[in-house]
Design a protein around this ligand. Structure first.
Ligand code: ATP
Length: 630
């Protein structure tokens, strides 16, 4: 394996992959991990001791999960050392604990109980450890509308917030060369846009290299990659691995979990670590001889990686498993003596930029994305204008006669219903945004609050435009109550109706995580909201058993404030006598709908409160639900 390393490095240079800039070269570090134990709560045990279980399954309790299995041990004292500039493959059967170990080495595990030591050049360095490493996930969740350079710039702005603009530019240029994408710096990432449009962009292998590049912006010494070649064809997989190996030649240490690499990729690795059922059974550069010594000789004409994996599975299932693990442990403790490199200088953990700065960077990206994918906004705006015009055409030039009163109430109700339904168009937008957010949040590059606010700032602009266009056009053509103050008040209410409806859909999207469920629940909710808004059945006529429902209905308060705004103290025209006059004054209309206890300000105040409630709930759902699982 070792000799191949140099050959391929030379090949890379000949093929034009940049050897990098000496000024940017990383000194590299040695990583030692000792006796890593990872335990998690056994969910079955926890469930068994829950109150409901105790109540309903009391008799079965003892026989299921014993006290000794209160915790599950995922990693049982794993140790190893990775030298500066090594390309290391972390292998093992599925479920053996590779990803868990990788997460722990990258300090990304926030759940469970971890013990053991992580040493950089033989020294424990606490939180500053994160300055040295970066982690590349298996999926390439990138913003399709951004270019390669903008994607790297986003990471540079957030990760190197203290650095000068020139330094960031220089880093981006170096990274582009490292990942072999200097010529594609201005190409869009591409992929499926929310709503289903396919944007042409980079190939799968190039996207993987951009993901790697995002991790390289900080010039890390250690790079952890979770299955960097999964999902790639063999050519792209080799290009990605050569990119990584090229980094190793500069002293960067690369550790990746990998399943069954083809022989060309296998030969690139300097070291293989094999984990079986949470225990290390081998770590070194001559695994085939070691397995031979254990009684697993390599058959001829076989992919060595396939053979190693098969042998690892066999070892895991054999009665010699514990003996083999102990043999390796003893070998590690007694025979593996690596000299630590000179200790690294003390460093402060990287400074986290302020929320205001994060908001500014996120807002810039959100705006750019909005401008480059305007389809959703255009469709919603055109729909809003057409609906406004149609409303106007149906209810044009309303006056103050008894016949017009019903029409005015109809216009008010159907406008708030229309604005309540418009946000369904943004479900895919929120869902795709959240996938990106989850990925970036796991990398801890920003806090959820600036993200949520930047996302809502852009959405809010759309909300204002649609609400004003749709309601404004209808208001003017239908000729609702003609006074500047009342016009602006009603526009404000319509805006809030659209805003809380938007937030309600964001909440449902974040609660359910799927568009189907959001549609199903949202449609039901909208019907209930509209039914109990006070238009179809005035509040006082609702059956007592569920009359309270209108209090939980934000549309009711919007409807109430608009009705009071429209009719309070408004003289109405009665038909000539002896015909009866149902509503001689607007106050009679308000009373007939059971809204005489409300002032427009009070009802509007509750509408705003509902908006705040939806705002808080949707933020909490975004932050605490459907996180990235690891
Ligand atoms: N928080 C947790 N709670 C319960 N079990 C867990 C937890 N984390 C990991 N495990 C279990 O630990 C084992 C190792 O998981 P891990 O994902 O590290 O395996 P892996 O080797 O990466 O598998 P694969 O190759 O399939 O990705 C699995 O059986 C997994 O279910």
């Amino acid at each position: 394996m070792g000799e191949m390393f140099t050959d391929i490095a030379m090949n890379n240079m000949e093929e034009g992959v940049s050897p990098g800039h000496p000024s940017e070269m990383n000194n590299g570090v040695q990583l030692t991990f000792k006796n890593i134990v990872y335990k998690v709560t056994n969910k079955r045990y926890k469930k068994q001791h829950s109150l409901t279980y105790k109540m309903f399954n009391h008799k079965k309790m003892k026989s299921i999960v014993p006290e000794s299995e209160k915790e599950l041990t995922i990693l049982h004292g794993v140790s190893g050392v990775i030298e500066r500039g090594e390309l290391v493959a972390l292998m093992g059967p599925s479920g053996s604990g590779k990803s868990t170990l990788l997460d722990i080495l990258a300090k990304r595990k926030s759940s469970g109980h971890i013990t053991g030591q992580l040493l950089v050049n033989g020294k424990e360095i606490g939180e500053a450890y994160k300055n040295y490493c970066s982690y590349v996930t298996q999926e390439d969740i990138l913003l399709p509308t951004a270019t390669v350079e903008e994607t790297l710039r986003f990471y540079a702005d957030l990760r190197l917030s203290d650095a000068s603009d020139e330094y960031k530019q220089e880093r981006i240029r170096a990274v582009l060369e490292d990942i072999g994408l200097a010529k594609k710096a201005s190409s869009k990432i591409g992929g499926m846009l929310p709503g289903g449009i396919q944007l042409r962009g980079l190939s799968g292998g190039e996207k993987r290299r951009v993901s790697i590049g995002c991790g390289l912006v900080t010039n890390p010494s250690l790079i952890f990659l979770d299955e960097p070649t999964s999902g790639l064809d063999s050519v792209n997989a080799l290009v990605v691995m050569k990119t990584l190996m090229n980094l190793c030649t500069k002293g960067v240490t690369v550790i990746c979990s990998i399943h069954q690499p083809r022989p060309e990729i296998w030969r690139l690795f300097n070291k293989v670590m094999v984990v079986v059922k949470g225990r290390m059974i081998y770590s070194g550069s001559d695994i085939l001889s070691y397995f031979d010594s254990l009684g697993f000789p390599t058959p001829p004409h076989v992919n060595p990686a396939d053979f190693c994996l098969d042998a690892a599975v066999e070892i895991g299932e054999s009665s010699r498993y514990i003996e083999i693990c102990e043999r390796w442990q003893q070998h590690w403790e007694t025979e593996v003596n690596t000299a630590a490199l000179p200790p690294v200088e003390d460093q402060q953990p990287r400074r986290i930029p302020s929320w205001a700065y994060q908001y500014q960077i996120l807002l810039k990206r959100a705006f750019r994305d909005f401008l480059r994918n305007p389809g959703n906004f255009v469709a919603r705006t055109i729909t809003g204008v057409i609906v406004g015009l149609l409303f106007g055409a149906c209810f044009g030039g309303l006056g103050e006669t008894q016949v017009d009163i019903q029409k005015i109430i109809g216009v008010i109700f159907f406008l708030i219903s229309g604005l309540n339904l418009t946000p369904y168009a943004v479900i895919s937008l929120f869902l795709s945004g959240r996938a990106l957010f989850n990925q970036e949040r796991a990398a801890k590059i920003y806090h959820p609050i600036p993200y949520f606010l930047s996302m809502l700032t852009v959405e809010n602009i759309v909300v204002v435009i649609i609400a004003i266009l749709m309601a404004g056009i209808t208001y003017a053509i239908s000729h609702l109550r003609w006074s500047v103050g009342r016009f602006f008040f009603s526009m404000l209410v319509f805006y809030f109706v659209h805003l809380f409806s938007d937030l309600c859909i964001i909440l449902l999207t974040n609660l359910t995580g799927t568009s189907d469920h959001t549609f199903a629940i949202g449609a039901g909710l909208s019907v209930v909201y509209q039914l109990f808004a006070g238009f179809f059945v005035p509040v006082q006529q609702l059956p007592k058993s569920f009359a309270f429902l209108h209090y939980l209905n934000p549309l009711f308060y919007a409807f109430a404030s608009l009705m009071v705004n429209e009719f309070e103290d408004r003289p109405l025209v009665c038909p000539p006598e002896p015909q009866p006059c149902q509503y001689p004054n607007g106050n009679d209309v308000i009373k007939a709908f059971g809204l005489d206890n409300w002032t427009r300000a009070d009802a509007f105040g509750v509408t705003v409160m509902w908006t705040v409630v939806f705002f808080i709930l949707s933020y909490l759902a975004l932050t605490f639900l459907h996180k990235e699982k690891r």
